[in-house]
Design a protein around this ligand. Structure first.
Ligand SMILES: CC(C)(COP(=O)(O)OP(=O)(O)OC[C@H]1O[C@@H](n2cnc3c(N)ncnc32)[C@H](O)[C@@H]1OP(=O)(O)O)[C@@H](O)C(=O)NCCC(=O)NCCS
Length: 163
């Protein structure tokens, strides 16, 4: 991550230091590496994709279409969040993945905070996401930042935050 794309350093709950930064297509390789080792595959709503080629295309699509945020521990990418903005409707879809070993240590919060700040800077009015009803960790994260459930969409539920 270049210094210019760095958003800051955070300490996790164990006192270990991580770098947070924006990323772009130049980071495709290291982001793909993170998802190649991500367990379980299809952790949430079929993502990250299990098939290698589909996974690479998914990563590339996010980097091309979205605002992307990385958490790094040394050379290793350990967390990723993306905003997929729609400047017509002034909103963005949000998604986030933290490597299993690094969960519940505050990285998801750091990435979410950075993404919401960016969404505000972009002038967006709302950020939305879908989450499975049994994904209590993710729901806890989203609630902490003020996301609320909107209409029940069946198994995959939609949450949003107005900015
Ligand atoms: C969801 C995910 C991104 C959260 O990241 P994280 O780094 O674990 O999040 P944090 O440590 O910052 O925790 C944020 C909040 O989530 C909640 N939380 C964390 N761990 C939890 C757990 N084990 N059970 C329930 N809630 C939990 C808490 O409210 C916590 O806030 P607090 O630390 O102030 O109490 C991560 O678990 C993940 O990648 N899961 C797999 C992929 C996924 O489900 N993505 C979401 C798709 S909708």
């Amino acid at each position: 991550m270049s210094e210019s794309s760095m958003l800051g350093r955070i300490e996790d709950k164990k006192g270990e230091a991580f770098e947070l930064g924006l990323c772009n297509l130049d980071d495709a390789r290291c982001l793909t590496d993170m998802y190649d080792l991500f367990e379980p595959k299809k952790a949430s709503q079929g993502l990250p994709p299990e098939n290698t080629k589909t996974r690479q295309e998914w990563v590339r699509g996010l980097l091309e279409r979205g605002e992307n945020f990385l958490a790094r521990h040394g050379d290793e990418v350990v967390g990723h969040a993306a905003l997929i903005p729609d400047f017509v409707s002034q909103d963005a879809e949000f998604l986030i993945f933290v490597k299993q070993h690094y969960r519940s240590r505050g990285l998801g919060s750091g990435l979410t905070r950075a993404a919401l700040e960016r969404a505000r800077d972009l002038g967006l009015e709302m950020v939305w996401l879908t989450v499975e009803g049994h994904n209590f960790r993710a729901i806890g994260l989203y609630r902490k930042f003020g996301f609320v459930f909107c209409e029940d969409q069946g198994w995959d539920r939609m949450m949003l935050i107005r900015l």
